[in-house]
Ligand binder design. Sequence first.
Ligand code: SF4
Ligand code: FES
Length: 236
Amino acid sequence: MPKEAGAPTGRLQVRIKRSAEESQERFEVERFPAMTVLDVLLAVQREHDPSIGFRFSCRVAMCGTCTLRVDGRSVLACQALVQDHAREIEIAPMAGYPVVRDLVVDMAPFWEQWSRITPYLDPKESLDEPAVVRPDSEEREAIDPSLDCIQCGACYSSCGVSGQHKTFLGPAALTRAMVLINDSRDAAGRTRLDVVSGQDGADRCHLIYGCTGVCPKGLDPARAIRRVRTGRVEDR
Ligand code: SF4
Ligand code: FES
């Protein structure tokens, strides 16, 4: 932890799920104000065990690579703060993914579903004359709250249906599909509607809202899935 972060506020017990031992390992680090879970992991790596496996890149909640579970909840390690009064935290890899090593998971199940909905715009017009969605239009306002997905996988990790049914499209892919289906510039809506209407699509969601409860970017995948089901703008 850098010195400029402030004076230590106490000691923090850290329990980390390790893959080699198939059990938790305990560490102790100094706790600082505004300490993130990523700070904790870097302190454990620096002070106790350089071999511990975890993933991160941007450190500012943009790249979506550092997702893991803290006390059972899926979070971005670089965004989640250790509570000032916390004495102990438990860190584990995301659920629903094969573990590569320690806290690093294989995101293949997520990307497999993501790719099924053709996650990019298939433009109707030639690129020389691109159609425009005005920022203040009703269309843009309808899809705006669902645009900022960083593909971190937290929603998938928190979805009981995704955990049980590996062919379920899952919250992130269905949210992305909703955005593109409602984008008037896109030409692949029919194909996408066929995918989200199939047995692995929106109807498989149980609307438990585990995805919405954890999304670190404030998206509401459960609401987007409702909108895919009903087509109603109020379900946006
Ligand atoms: S919808 Fe939210 S939780 Fe799910 S992958 Fe996107 S940013 Fe992460
Ligand atoms: S390091 Fe990029 S989102 Fe956490």
